[in-house]
Ligand binder design. Sequence first.
Ligand SMILES: Nc1nc2c(ncn2[C@@H]2O[C@H](COP(=O)(O)OP(=O)(O)OP(=O)(O)O)[C@@H](O)[C@H]2O)c(=O)[nH]1
Ligand SMILES: [Mg+2]
Length: 524
Amino acid sequence: MNAPVPRALASQLDALTALLDGDHSLLTEDQRRSGTTLKEQSEFRLHRSMAHTTVGLFGATGSGKSSLFNRIVGADVAPTGVIRPTTFKVSAALWHEAGASELLDWLAVDEVYVAGSEPALILLDLPDFDSVALENRAVVDRLVGQVDVLVWVVERQKYADRVIHQDYIRPLSHRASVTLAVLNQIDLLSPDGRKTVLQGLRQTLADDGLDKVEVFPVSAFTEEGVPALRKKIMAIAQRRQAIGQHLSADIAQWAGQVLDEAGLAGGAPLSSGPSAAQIADFRRAVCEAVGVAAWGKNVAEVYRKWSAQSTGWMPLSWLCRRFPCLCGHRVVTETAPNTSTVSLPSPTAEGRAALQIAVRRLAAQVSVGIPSGWRDAAPGGDDLANGLAGALADTAYPLSTSWWWRLGKFLQQLALLVALVGVGWYLVAWVTQALHLPEVPITKIEGWPVPLLLFLAGALAGPVLGGGFRIFGALGAWWHRRFAESAARKHVDAAIKAQVVAPLQASVEQVNQLRKALQKAQRQ
Ligand SMILES: Nc1nc2c(ncn2[C@@H]2O[C@H](COP(=O)(O)OP(=O)(O)OP(=O)(O)O)[C@@H](O)[C@H]2O)c(=O)[nH]1
Ligand SMILES: [Mg+2]
């Protein structure tokens, strides 16, 4: 006779299970604990009888719960009396015995009276909840979560009692669809008095959020109104919807409370991460902070210097190597050009601070709408900035030998050789003459001594070639600078994506998923 779990409730339970099982570190300890209790309670309830509706009579001592219970059952089962409190045990009246034992065990009732066969129903007479006996209150607090239908029994004097409303009726107002209110002892009221008290009761219930709840004026003494109440309870049991309504309402209330506490109730989903414009701004700031442009200049400078060293006039190159400051080279490197790479220097303290500011700004832009408590769970700006700086640390540009350097060097060596041949010729001629050895002739062309011509040609060709190659060097430097900067920007893009954008997107996605699951758990 077990009924299927309503589809909406099944979906809510799925969402609740996913929320509790998933890696939702965003839930607080309290939220997780109450959610787990709720889930276990719902599963317990669903695995027991889905056929039996459980209805509990709750109220202050002396409101007439036990008397009313006896009238509904049609037998004096529960003790009633004038000594307060009277009821210390939980009595159950059972309609339809089959399949109820597990449910009765779970409810931990003390006495069971079989009242009839149909519909499947368990009516509970409970101790008072404003009791001087603390154990009574504990029993009520437990059962208030377990029973499917809450019947608040009040009487003319205590119907507006603060404890009843503040501690029980208002916090359980989300279960309005499975709540009834009973004004007992109406035989003690005049017709006008009934009207006034009923009005007052309806008002206080409305203040508690229960304006649509049905109110039954009854007298357990004269039995006036009892048949109507009995009929209502039987009809609820007959429909067998209260179990689902009760559990649905509880899960929805929990989810709504979590959304409220997180400040996520209502509103559109958060963005899925930084926008293209925000990323472009961020990229600009990162490139500036890590000094991509300065690094590009550095690459150009290194290239220019290496090409000048390789293709410049050899005496000048030698001087520059020995005394770099004389040549105005800002970058001094002893590394051989054919094996070297130019690394992006680690950011300065200023650059690191700028990087942190940029990351924090982007994180703040992305986390608009994320509740502050949950924002703390997202990756912090400083962690992201450190990750980014680490990922950029291995940015390097390989500078290799250019083919024309070899040509330039060869021509410079040739020019030097020609000049030296001219000088050497003179020297040999002078030495042979001084030592009276066979004379070495100084050949002339059109009256110009050849050694002089050789010396002049070699000596002039060096600087002229050096100047020419300098232009090539400048062009190459410009080209390498552009390439290096573009490679660095690509590297920055990849690092930004992996180290900043992806974690931020993941944290926003996590919040969005959590909100979606909570909204699903809310849908009754
Ligand atoms: N006149 C009148 N007296 C009632 C009515 N209902 C209950 N009483 C009396 O009120 C007293 C308390 O009734 P109970 O049924 O024991 O009240 P209870 O809510 O079960 O009280 P606890 O078990 O202490 O929580 C008894 O003396 C009943 O006879 C009613 O409708 N009219
Ligand atoms: Mg009682």
